[in-house]
Design a protein around this ligand. Sequence first.
Ligand SMILES: [Zn+2]
Ligand SMILES: [Zn+2]
Length: 654
Amino acid sequence: MLSILEVAIPVPLNKTFDYLSDQKVDIGVRVKVPFGRKKVVGIVLGSKEKSEFDKLKSVEEVLDKKPILDKTILDFLFWSAKYYHHPIGEVISTALPKNLRLGKDAKIKKVIGLPKEVEKPDFETTDEQQTIIDQILKDTNNYHGFLLHGVTGSGKTEVYLHITQAMLDLGKQVLVLVPEIGLTPQMVSRFESRLETNVVAIHSQLNETQKLDAYLMAKNTDAGVVLGTRSAIFTPMPNLGLIIIDEEHDNSFKQQSSFRYSARDLSFIRAKQANIPLVLGTATPSLETLKNSLDSKLTRLTLANRAGGATLPKVSLIDMRSNTDGALSKLLIEKMQQHLNSGKQVMLFINRRGYAPVFFCTECGWKSGCSHCDSSMIYHRHINRLKCHHCGDEKIPEQICPECGERKLEVYGYGTERLEETLESHFSNTPIIRIDRDTTRRKKAFSQHLDRINSGEPCIIVGTQMLAKGHDFSNLAMVGILDIDAGFLSINFRATEYLAQLLIQVSGRAGRNTEQGEVVIQTRYPNHPMFSYVLSNRYTQYASQLLKQRMCAVMPPFAHQALLCANAKVKQNAEDFLREVATLLKNIQMNSVEIWGPVSSVIEKKSDYYYFNLYLQSTDRSALHQMLSTFNQHTESLKLKNKVRWYLDIDPID
Ligand SMILES: [Zn+2]
Ligand SMILES: [Zn+2]
């Protein structure tokens, strides 16, 4: 008998599609179906007797004998699609490894992990750690959210390892999410060597076969632990018993394209659905998480001491307002020399790669900009090119100023490449190791650099935020932080929160062993109130201040936001489309939702497209979501919809 299947297909439409089938097909099974002139892989979400459409097409092939997605994970995906107002077909597609999306066999090629010897740590847990471990494990059969607030170097990972092993002993699986740059080979091998189970890592460096294998091993419970970046939140784990989010404040948990979900926020839902404990770990809680703990939605557990008796680093400022020495002040160089002389390592942090951010004419002030974006071109010396970091366009630097014709073109400012060159002139006998996206492009280059640093030889490390977290360099005595002042000028209301987090995280690299480390920050804003907190390692007090300000201003996390962004090659179309959207939204008449805009994005033009934003905000989350649901049902009526690209971002972060 023919039945009708409801199939989710990865297209940007808020519905499923009906197909005929001559066999019964279970929910969660993949099918190959004709769609327009193409064949696509979809997931069966249900079956029915009657369809409202005539002339249904037939399923061409049933790809799985058993469902790829079980009810638990499908419920989670439905919830996610509804909350983010994103088409279910695209949500499911995001959740699946590429090989499954392409219709390949759901078969494990090579089983990861072999019988192995588990290493016992050569130290005991501290009393502080043990109390926390006991508290988390007190009741593992119910949902309970914890904020594990541990200062940098306090041994949060040690706590993770203990609670994970305890859950494994109970026959459970554990999901550990880490930021993109935190999932280092060292982190993976630490988990592998300590835990009595197969640990699978899921991250962007794996090839597609490896990704599929890891996914399937988690699904059939061959892997006890999944260690992954944000998309791993969607991994099916039938025996899931605990979720850990490491560095919960990190922005990489939010996907910034297509399906814009936050894995950190979704972890609450997944843990509640599975009725299991959730642990959010960090040295610098986000204001959202801090508010959750103040509202008793999370139990706060504190690791106030560094493990192994190490003390927090001493932080000082260098006032750059009267500095005439270039990127490196005299005082900074002196301090670096002292630490290097005593056989230690020094790290300089600068959050900009390339040689110099500005290439300009000293005669007339002309500046080299990207012809496709509203941004300047960054000079990269080793390839002698000007590059746009937004669209990737590059060109050979001009010899003569295109504006005034003079040969007076120069660079201004510093990136990692120029800093490295400057350091070579000051410290000719010291090795300099630069770590940024340009020096780590080659496979394994990053781990080779790390191995060299871990050998302990005195050296200077120059790095971007790739080094901000997850690395313990035991011989690193000093961290110098350069050029963070742009953070004070940003119009993003979260900028100072991010800056404080970054400073604490970067500072935390220094002095991981018993000797006290030193952190030196060069700034032109030494009187900014943030510094008085950072200097004395009082992040929580500063964050509480910011939280009060947000409460008074009724900003997130005290209000909920959504962003509608439109972009088009014709500037007017993007702006007019959002005007149309604003009118439609206002007609829905939700008085508790405020609508701002349209306004142009901070960088208005990117890759020849003009970007405009419309912001929605409300203290009533359900009113905001009700408005968006209604809006989504009426988007067909928007006249300019085919002239723009647009998306909706729930709980945007920038
Ligand atoms: Zn000129
Ligand atoms: Zn560009």
